[in-house]
Design a binder for this molecule. Structure first.
Ligand code: HEC
Ligand SMILES: [Cu+2]
Length: 242
């Protein structure tokens, strides 16, 4: 009797250890500017391969305490792996496409709870999205400088604020991930031609931070000139442009 108790215990321990050791790899694709899953539940020790299937770059990152990471920009066909080593909720985003979001729930072990949590989480998260309502009267004539600045401010707040901050001073939500820090664009002494170059090609092409993404494929020519007009409008008057 006693022997059987011990061997049962050993069996359970062995099975538990086997499942701990046997970490799984999941794949999440980035396609059509979406994650292939909105929510995914994994166990501690499991890894997720983030695979870019779009013909342009994505930059997957997370600011969650459970797993803070940044995979940088990479092109179609490439994948990068993240191992989840702590239990908790990880909100995953793309620094180039602000609408791309997903959740990874990292569970300690219990498979039944995992299944239930997946059901509960699916689709519910990130439901709230703030959209300001603007009427036609708020728009100045389309080809005026004011209109370009206004449109540029929308581009900025949608795409650039994450790193450069609401005030464009470099203190965005994701700034803590980066060294060098996102530039303070109010104090930038770069001329418009340089700004256009770094915005189109990204930091890496100019031997600056690889975490300043290339926006060439993401923004239209108009959006790029609009955002440059916006940056010109908020530049500190104390700055001498080089
Ligand atoms: C994922 C983070 C991130 C996002 C999003 C981002 N940037 Fe940047 N940006 C950076 C970093 C980091 C640097 C600093 C590079 C360095 O110093 O090497 C930078 C530098 C710049 C510079 C150079 C400024 C100077 O004075 O040298 C400009 C201009 C710029 N970004 C514009 C933009 C615009 C416009 C957008 C939105 C379309 C944008 N950035 C979005 C991270 C980001
Ligand atoms: Cu993306």
């Amino acid at each position: 009797m006693q022997n059987r108790g011990v061997s049962n215990f050993v069996f359970i321990l062995g099975a538990t250890m086997a499942s701990v050791i046997h970490a799984k790899d999941f794949e999440v694709a980035q396609k059509d500017k979406k994650f292939s899953q909105k929510a995914l539940t994994v166990n501690v020790g499991d890894a997720v391969n983030f695979k870019n299937e779009d013909p342009f770059v994505h930059n997957i990152f997370s600011l969650s305490d459970t797993k803070t990471f940044d995979l940088g920009s990479y092109p179609q066909g490439q994948a990068k792996k993240v191992t989840f080593d702590k239990p908790g909720t990880v909100e995953i985003e793309c620094s180039i496409h602000p609408d791309m979001k997903m959740i990874v729930e990292v569970k300690k072990m219990n498979k039944a709870i995992v299944a239930l949590a997946t059901l509960l989480i699916g689709g519910q998260l990130f439901a709230a999205e703030v959209k300001s309502s603007v009427s036609d009267a708020d728009f100045p004539a389309k080809n005026s400088p004011e209109a370009a600045i206004y449109r540029g401010s929308i581009v900025f707040h949608y795409y650039c604020e994450l790193c450069h901050g609401v005030k464009a001073d470099g203190a965005g939500r994701a700034a803590k991930l980066y060294n060098p820090k996102p530039a303070n664009l109010v104090m930038s002494d770069k001329n418009d031609a340089y700004k256009e170059l770094i915005i189109r090609r990204g930091g890496k092409a100019l031997a600056r931070s690889e975490f300043m993404p290339p926006w060439d494929k993401e923004l239209t020519n108009e959006q790029i000139s609009d955002v440059i007009a916006f940056l010109g409008s908020i530049r500190s008057p104390t700055i001498e442009v080089k």
